[in-house]
Ligand binder design. Structure first.
Ligand SMILES: [Zn+2]
Length: 265
């Protein structure tokens, strides 16, 4: 069977320019230099499907957490000719505040999440401030409301969402984090999300310091590598390098890069 080829876009919606290297690795990094973070949502398109991956945060969360929001992540889909009503499916990689806000702006979408992530966000581990810190309770409550409205689809482990798009439970960073494997004209591309925040976390390897299970996080790098056609097919989460390595789609001012095209250089 020939697999369909999808387009994948990364849309940057926020940034945190003042972050330093020492904040981004679990092992001590002696360098004081800046290592900024860029926040993305992703859009997969093809075969009549419009699938959003993560939903970003809103202005209130940006202000609370000192991030620079450059635009509404859902509103930015308009630059691809997509209205919020057109989004049929949303894959929530995990429920951290920078991945799972704004779901009230997507009136027709079904939300796909791993069992383990919902358990984690609603269960005993949230008694720990250390784990709870990266969650926004309003996002979690909003998703629970969608469960009661038949708009959440639960997954457990590795599952095919549709031909050419697979969900891969990784865990590690959170209890139920999932990455995606998407078939494109250049082969299988892996959207790691926070299974590896930066290229460097995976390459060293030295995970980002927000961790639920360190063993799963380290094993996760192997899962990403096995699922991708090459290391150049793995796209980390909030790494500004993604914007430098991939070609812009349309006007660079739109801040959208095309991940289904080969990276530069
Ligand atoms: Zn996260």
């Amino acid at each position: 069977m020939t697999l369909p080829n999808y387009e994948i876009f990364a849309l940057r919606y926020a940034t945190m320019p003042k972050r330093t290297r020492r904040e981004n690795f679990i092992t001590h990094d002696p360098h004081d230099e800046l290592m900024p973070m860029d926040y993305f949502v992703w859009l997969i398109r093809g075969e009549g499907r419009t699938i959003m991956v993560d939903t970003g945060f809103n202005a209130e969360q940006a202000k609370q957490r000192g991030r620079t929001l450059t635009r509404c992540p859902v509103g930015s889909l308009a630059l691809l000719g997509i209205a919020p009503e057109d989004v049929q499916d949303v894959v929530i990689t995990h429920l951290h505040y920078d991945h799972a806000g704004n779901i009230d702006l997507l009136p027709n979408a079904k939300f796909h999440i791993q069992d383990g992530e919902m358990d984690y966000a609603c269960g005993r581990h949230m008694c720990q401030g250390l784990f709870r810190h990266a969650y926004n309770i309003e996002d979690v409550v909003a998703l629970v409301r969608r469960v009661y409205a038949d708009r959440v689809v639960f997954h457990d482990g590795r599952e095919t969402l549709c031909p050419g798009i697979e969900l891969m439970k990784i865990g590690g960073h959170t209890k139920g984090l999932q990455s995606l494997r998407v078939h494109t004209a250049r082969g299988w591309v892996v959207l790691a999300s926070d299974a590896s925040h930066y290229y460097e976390n995976m390459e060293k390897p030295s995970p980002f310091p927000i961790v639920f299970h360190l063993g799963e996080m380290l094993e996760g790098y192997g899962i990403l590598r096995d699922a991708a056609d090459s290391p150049q097919h793995i796209v980390p989460g909030p790494d500004p390098m993604v914007r430098e390595r991939y070609p812009f789609h349309g006007d660079p001012a739109n801040d959208i890069v095309a991940l289904h095209l080969p990276p530069k250089g």
